[in-house]
Ligand binder design. Structure first.
Ligand code: TRP
Length: 342
């Protein structure tokens, strides 16, 4: 790797890293085809770090029992979706104190105005979410998550672009002030075509926290429920099955879902649907979703039925990831002029 700063230890392979917040009772197919599939792919050529961003989840007050449950579900779903804990480090952010500690350093490197310009924060406040200071400093904790692992590549959705930009700015600023210390990561913004919209309102992005139940296919939904949701998906008054997100957002969304799950390109699907109606489309999409979800759910249930095993996997993930972020933090502290302990 040519871009590696001279001040950091050499690595065998480039690193990918990403996280998700445990803020819903199940991931949905949008998370699966939009993010998880990419995470899984990156495992082949990167040393991968995938974590449950439970500290970020505290920015919205949550019942402790609910948080515990959602954290385990999220971990189980990463693995059921193909993240391989033998190859990748799968862990909880809160198990490694270096995230919060490096987050503090990032806070002290960030100008007030810079944090105040973060659009996700501004949007949430504008929508009336009562913000705490943690929500305000959320991007700096996220920067710490990434920079602690010298991550080269960070696969995230479009909504995280600005957070990646501030992460890069902070890494560059640190390197400028204190000497080459941190890897400046590349954002890997996941393709727009993998963006899945709500079934009931194809103008809005499918969201585990904001979408109505009928609009979201959860990975934990019973297959019968999945079929029902897809059959009720909003389409349009025409009959033609064609990919045209602007004029036919509902039909296009169904085509994208089928394509993502079967690997058949959208234009081949369109050809196959020539002369057929929306009923056929919905049946075929429902079949594709159910066949993807059934093996996923089997594996998820196995993992959730054995919480001790799941906790062991998370402990092993933390044991793999911990020394790496601990080393980065030690490097950072030394550069800052903090005395070594003892
Ligand atoms: N903010 C991300 C989201 O809500 C989750 C996240 C936290 C993350 N830390 C990260 C993603 C570090 C990538 C890298 O989707």
């Amino acid at each position: 790797m040519t871009s590696q700063p001279s001040g950091i230890p050499p690595r065998q392979r480039p690193r990918s890293l990403s996280g998700m917040q445990p803020t819903s009772d199940s991931l949905h197919i949008g998370n699966y085809v939009g993010a998880l599939v990419n995470w899984v792919e990156l495992q082949d050529s990167y040393d991968a770090f995938y974590f449950i961003a439970d500290l970020h989840a505290l920015t919205v007050p949550t019942d402790p029992e609910v948080l515990r449950r959602r954290t385990r579900v999220t971990a189980a779903q990463f693995i059921a979706g193909g993240v391989d804990p033998e190859r990748s480090a799968v862990f909880c952010q809160s198990h490694l104190p270096q995230h919060a500690e490096l987050g503090w350093v990032m806070n002290c490197l960030t100008a007030m105005g810079e944090a105040e310009r973060m659009t996700q924060f501004k949007d949430k406040v504008a929508k009336g979410q009562s913000a705490n200071v943690g929500l305000f400093t959320y991007p700096m904790l996220m920067a710490a998550d990434i920079l602690g692992y010298d991550a080269d590549r960070v696969p995230v959705g479009e909504d995280q672009r600005q957070h990646l930009e501030i992460t890069r700015d902070l890494a560059q600023r640190f390197n400028q002030r204190y000497g080459e210390t941190l890897v400046v990561p590349e954002a890997h913004i996941l393709k727009e075509t993998a963006k899945i919209m709500e079934l009931s309102d194809p103008g809005s992005k499918m969201s585990g926290t904001n979408s109505p139940d009928a609009g979201v296919v959860l990975l934990s939904d019973d297959p019968k429920r999945i079929v029902k949701k897809i059959k009720s998906a909003v389409t349009d008054a025409e009959r033609e099955i064609r990919y045209d997100p602007e004029h036919k957002p509902g039909v296009s969304n169904l085509l994208v879902i089928e394509s993502a799950l079967t690997g058949v390109p959208v234009d081949s699907l369109e050809q196959g649907y020539a002369g057929r109606g929306y009923g056929d489309l919905k049946t075929q999409v429902a079949d594709a979703v159910v066949s993807a979800v059934e093996p996923f759910q089997r594996r998820m249930r196995e993992l959730l039925d054995d919480p001790a095993e799941l906790d062991r996997i998370l402990a092993a993930g933390a044991a793999k990831a911990g020394p790496i972020s601990a080393a980065t933090l030690a490097r950072v502290k030394d550069r800052l002029g903090l005395l070594p302990p003892g």
